[in-house]
Design a protein. Structure first.
Length: 268
C-alpha cells in the first residue's frame, strides 16, 4: 500500500513526518476526505474547493495545483489497485522552528478502506446523544477533533451512534456529520451557522426544498424525522435522541428519498 508525501509516493509504513510538525505539536492543519466509487470520485471538485478554501484560511499554501493534485490522487489509486476506497488529504502546519510558528506545510495523501453504514443501520435508524459544545472555526475542516475523540467513551457508554453539538439551545453539527430535521409541519431545515459546509449537505440543499436557518434542540426533539449526513454515511436516520424517541421511532420517507437521490447522483 502506497501513500503520498509532498512530492513522492512512498510505502505507507514509510510515509512519516517529523515530531516538530505543528500537526503533532499543536494539532494545526487541515484535511479533506472523499470516496472513490468504481474508480470515480463523486463531487471531486467540491472537495477540492473546500480543501483549498480551508488551506487559505489557515495560511497554509498548497504547492500543487488542482490538476496536479487530481493526478496524484488517481495515480495513488492506480498504484494501490483500488476502485472503491477512501482518500484522505492532510496539509500540516509544517516543521515549526519554535513549535508555534507556521512553516512549510507537509502534504500527505493516504488511502483507506471504505466503510459505509450497514443495511441494519439504515433500516432501523440510530440513537444519538447531545453535548454542549461549539467547534472552533467550524468553516474549516481542521484536523483538531479533540472534543469529538474525547466524547467517544460517552457515546459508547450510551450505546449511541454519534453525538450532536448544541449551545444555548441551538444545535450545530456532529463531530464528522451535518444535521437535517424534518419538522412536524413537513418543512426540512438544517443549521445555517457554526457548521462545516459538508459536500453531502451541499448536494441535499441543491436537490431538496431545505431551509438553512437556526435550528434548536427543541426542533430536533419535536421533529417528524431527523437524519445525519456525511461523505461515508450519506444519510442515516436518527430515531432516538438521548432518551426521547423521534417521530414514530422508525426511519421516515424523507430520509429514504434523500438517500436514493444521493445514490443516483454518485453514479452520474
Amino acid at each position: 500500500m502506497y501513500s503520498f508525501l509532498n512530492n513522492e509516493f512512498l510505502p505507507a509504513e514509510k510515509t512519516l513526518v517529523h515530531v516538530s510538525d505543528l500537526a503533532v505539536q499543536r494539532g494545526y492543519g487541515i484535511f479533506d476526505f472523499f470516496k472513490t466509487i468504481n474508480g470515480k470520485i463523486p463531487f471531486f471538485d467540491n472537495y477540492l474547493d473546500r480543501f483549498y478554501r480551508s488551506a487559505e484560511f489557515m495560511h497554509l499554501p498548497v504547492t500543487l495545483s488542482r490538476d496536479e493534485l487530481k493526478k496524484v490522487v488517481f495515480e495513488l489509486l492506480k498504484k494501490n489497485g483500488a476502485t472503491d476506497a477512501g482518500i484522505k488529504m492532510v496539509l500540516t502546519g509544517g516543521y515549526s522552528p519554535d513549535g508555534y510558528e507556521i512553516a512549510t506545510p507537509n502534504l500527505i495523501i493516504t488511502q483507506h478502506a471504505l466503510t459505509m453504514p450497514s443495511p441494519k443501520v439504515l433500516e432501523q435508524g440510530v440513537k444519538i446523544i447531545t453535548h454542549e459544545f461549539r467547534r472552533e472555526m467550524p468553516m474549516v475542516k481542521s484536523i483538531n477533533y479533540t472534543t469529538g475523540v474525547w466524547l467517544q467513551q460517552k457515546v459508547k457508554a450510551a450505546n449511541a451512534y454519534d453525538v450532536l453539538y448544541h449551545l444555548n439551545g441551538e444545535v450545530s453539527e456532529f463531530p464528522r456529520c451535518n444535521l437535517f430535521v424534518v419538522k412536524a409541519d413537513g418543512a426540512m431545515v438544517t443549521p445555517q451557522a457554526h457548521v462545516l459546509e459538508g459536500i453531502t449537505r451541499k448536494n441535499i440543499l441543491s436537490m431538496q426544498r431545505v431551509i438553512a436557518c437556526k435550528v434548536t434542540l427543541e426542533d430536533v426533539l419535536l421533529a417528524r424525522e431527523v437524519f445525519l449526513t456525511s461523505t461515508t454515511k450519506r444519510a442515516v436516520p436518527i430515531v432516538q435522541v438521548n432518551d426521547m424517541r423521534i417521530g414514530t421511532g422508525k426511519p421516515g420517507p424523507v430520509v429514504q428519498q434523500v438517500l436514493e437521490e444521493l445514490l443516483n447522483r454518485e453514479v452520474l
